[in-house]
Design a protein around this ligand. Structure first.
Ligand SMILES: Nc1ncnc2c1ncn2[C@@H]1O[C@H](COP(=O)(O)OP(=O)(O)O)[C@@H](O)[C@H]1O
Ligand SMILES: [Mg+2]
Length: 374
């Protein structure tokens, strides 16, 4: 997958951006607060995902602008495509979003067309951070391979909210525990399916990260990723999410009804699951050094890109926002070496950084929201 052109105007501080990226390496250099991350974010929004920075739609429009417009053209081995969106002040709900010239109602409908992997300094603490971040990482990565997975997740969240409302109402004595039956049956089927997809993704990821981590440490350390389910002891070799797996899920929910009513929410299920990372047999969250966590993050992002390429036949575009400056030379060359055949966007503050990279490509200067090729 290759981004062939980007235009952006009025998106935060970006103004009159009109660039043709290199098919391989693109480095965006500029001082702080010039618009480097804004550009990466604008491209990322075209993937149909929410911003990796917490942001509201209205904040996307430049302070002194009436509208924000972004357009990204890209091609895969089959065809050229284009995604554009325009957000106007005063009619935020009514965005003008198009996919190949056809209007689509929501940004999320863009999901699945342009595939990118974004890597930011926040990802370096993915291993140590909250389980929620790791669940999001798995869900997003698995959805990139299987866009329909998003609807299963949405369905689960809807059902969970209703079960939690029922749990609360029972704990206030306003209804009976039998009222949970209808939600437990439905949650069990969707939850079993999600557990299986997540487990499978973690297993696939592990088969890549195992090798990559061994390489990055020169064979000195080994890393193991696993899915931690609050429902199942093991999901190995299972496929029957509609059958026995759903039954086990249901039984587990039923058994936790008492606890749930006491606590006032649903205490087990995929919304409480996690991913484990062990290095040399020790949990990274507790025992990992900062260096090990960074290597683990680098390896996971590299693996995420490799899996997309392997499964879809199309390499994603890699967006490395400010992250390489956080890594030492060996981790830096590891990641670049492993993604050398795909299109990469790198942002950095310091030009001296580029001298260490032995790859042809384009360099762009980002200055006060304007981007020029050097
Ligand atoms: N809605 C907005 N309108 C105009 N400028 C904005 C808006 N939101 C953020 N900015 C500006 O964008 C700049 C930060 O851009 P960013 O891409 O994060 O910088 P960096 O180059 O350091 O990655 C800041 O100067 C900020 O004031
Ligand atoms: Mg930045």
């Amino acid at each position: 997958m290759n981004i062939t052109a980007i235009t952006a105007d009025g998106y935060k501080n970006l103004s009159g951006v009109d660039i043709v990226p290199d098919r391989k390496l693109n480095v965006f250099c500029g001082k702080n607060a010039q618009g480097k991350t804004n550009l990466i974010e604008a491209v990322w929004l075209c993937t149909g995902c929410k911003s990796f920075r917490l942001a509201r739609d209205r904040n996307f429009i430049g302070f002194d602008k009436e509208k924000a417009s972004v357009s990204v053209s890209f091609e895969n081995s089959v065809r050229e495509q284009n995604i554009s969106f325009e957000i106007k002040k005063g009619s935020l709900r009514d965005k003008d979003i198009t996919l190949n010239g056809v209007k689509v109602p929501l940004m999320s409908r863009l999901f699945g067309s342009l595939k990118c992997v974004v890597f930011t300094p926040d990802d370096l603490s993915l291993m140590k951070g909250s389980p929620e971040n790791r669940r999001s990482f798995i869900d997003l990565s698995a959805s990139q391979l299987k866009p329909s997975f998003v609807s299963a997740l949405n369905k689960y969240n809807g059902l969970l909210a209703q079960r939690n409302a029922a749990v609360k109402s029972i704990s206030f004595g306003m209804s009976s525990a039998d009222d949970l039956e209808i939600w437990d049956r439905q949650l069990a089927v969707t939850g079993a399916y999600i557990s299986l997809i997540r487990y499978t993704y973690c297993s696939d990821l592990n088969s890549y990260t195992e090798k990559l981590y061994s390489t990055i440490t020169g064979g000195k350390e080994d890393m193991k990723l696993g899915y931690i389910s609050t429902i199942y002891d093991s999901l190995e070799g299972r496929t029957d999410y509609n059958g026995e797996l759903a039954d086990i899920y249901y039984d587990r929910l039923k058994r936790s009804r008492g606890d749930d009513i006491r606590m006032g929410y649903t205490t087990v299920g995929i919304h409480r699951d996690d991913m484990s990372t062990e290095i040399n047999g020790l949990d990274v969250r507790e025992f990992g050094s900062q260096g090990q966590q960074r290597s683990a993050a680098v390896v996971m992002k590299t693996a995420q890109a490799k899996i997309i390429e392997e499964e879809t036949g199309e390499a994603p575009v890699m967006l490395l926002d400010d992250v390489l400056s956080e890594l030492d030379d060996s981790r830096k060359s590891f990641i670049l070496g492993n993604i050398s055949d795909i299109q990469v966007f790198i942002t950095c503050c310091d030009k001296s950084f580029i001298s260490g990279i032995d790859m042809p490509g384009k360099i762009f200067c980002v200055d006060n929201g304007q981007i020029t090729e050097e």
